[in-house]
Design a protein. Sequence first.
Length: 196
Amino acid sequence: MKPIASELPASAPRTGNAFTRWLGRAVLRLGGWKVVGEFPDVRKMVVIVAPHSSWWDGVWGMAAKVGLGLRVLVIGKQELFRGPLGWLLRHFGAIPVDRARAHGVVEGVAARFANNDTLWFVVAPEGTRKHVEHWKSGFWHIARAADVPVLCVYFHYPERRIGVGPLLHMTADAKADMARIRAFYKPWMGKNRGTT
């Protein structure tokens, strides 16, 4: 079984080399994981990934990113950036955010979109590994502010798949947008839970 059934389009932001791609694919293969679906040929987008219920999501997600040779911008809670792990996360394109003082994140990421020809920004809309009734709307605000679409990517642990779903354009109706996104994610199961 090939661990990555999907390839990147020409417009995707890239990084790494043949060895790092081999390494990422080897980790996926050893874990029995596979990336499925087709990435859209767009230069800028917000990528949301759910359900996020375990720190293992970061391991498999990072292996997929490295295996694809994909360069993305990711935010994570600042507590993860202590010590050697912080250096590694920054090396792979992650930036720390103090969740207690997250003011200005939307504007900051929207400015990065404006200042870059190509940018794929990845975020977990749940904002935590714990069960939540309501997703954080930051990704919606960023997509609207930067005028970029949202790509839905999912984890499905029963089949060990990371799947590429639909590319959606956000409207002025955040509630309706969130409802159609949550409907897409309903069948997919994380390590510890699905989405509600």
